[in-house]
Design a protein around this ligand. Sequence first.
Ligand code: GLT
Ligand code: MN
Ligand code: MN
Length: 389
Amino acid sequence: MSDCYQPCPENKFTFGLWTVGNVGRDPFGEPVRSPLSPIEIVHLLADIGAYGVNFHDNDLVPIDATSAERNQIIGAFKAALQETGLTVPMATTNLFTDPIFRDGAFTANDPKVRAYALQKTMNAIDLGVELGAQIYVFWGGREGVETDAGKNPQEALKWFREALNFLSSYVQDQGYNLKFALEPKPNEPRGDIYLSTVGAMLAFIETLDHKEMVGVNPEVAHEHMAGLNFLHAVAQAWDAGKLFHIDLNDQAFGRYDQDFRFGAHNLKSAFFLVKFLEDVGYDGNRHFDAHAYRSEDYEGVKDFARGCIRTYLILQEKAKQFNADTEIQSLLAEIHADDGAMAPYQGAYSTAKATALKQHVFDRRAISQPGHAYERLDQLAIELLLGVR
Ligand code: GLT
Ligand code: MN
Ligand code: MN
């Protein structure tokens, strides 16, 4: 591979233990790769140039570990981090694998399950903070239903809100420097998951007690599963000051939950996403929440991980090229041309402005005549992406 696309720490490229550690199990097939220990995963990630490693509590410490086992595992993990220089920027809780979560965690009908979920999350927050995490992700994979017969969705939202309020107060009480990032997904593993899109999550955050410490963790695949434009979701989150984290991967519309290598499927949307993140100066973690095809062995897993990073860096270069391309930029300047004639009507409302605007005569026909040259512009973008510009 060429040396021009080497990651640097400022890129903040991270992977979860569960991503490169994915053993290739699917609903129809057994694992195809033997499990790697967290230590082996840290070394694999260091090898491919990652900046950080994220984890669920139980990716690192098995759910039934004794406290002696826990201490031994954490000690060895810390040593591996020190040896490789990898950081832990984000941590999260597994609230979906154990059978206790079959009806959800914070939104389970059983109050014992909800209380256990709170307890498990407080412990996992302690662990994440101990290892340096400053972002804590909440992906409510089981927070949903197959049937609405047994649960009132408004009640479920109330429970979810109470849990987040409780946990944000816990974080403040402990004096932790930690922010929450809520990750929406429309379905899988539940038939329907509550707060299914970035837009829904952003609106929900506004109802929380400590909303200033809560943002979103949008994932490419999840918005695509809902048939939505990921860039628009990310732009809205950014605009709201809520883009605390991002999960990069890829996903064909209308398919099962794929978690493909970043850019593997929708290269053009990946390009406009990278361009947006770079143009606005997003400086959070760039987390690849994806896994290698089931066809791969661990060499293929490394190809997958390097591919995520490399594609991002190539698209970053393409974004710079797009911004510096004189033909593209002059076309954009034409598209955005403004002769100033409407300036008296723009901006904040005033009675005088409204009166003047109501009296202005528009030549609708003339205004609607010119085309917008988006075909030419889009083709230029395509040719730039295809490497012929
Ligand atoms: C799981 C899920 C992801 C979440 C992870 C965090 S776990 O793999 O599919 O989208 O980000 O809990
Ligand atoms: Mn996913
Ligand atoms: Mn994710």
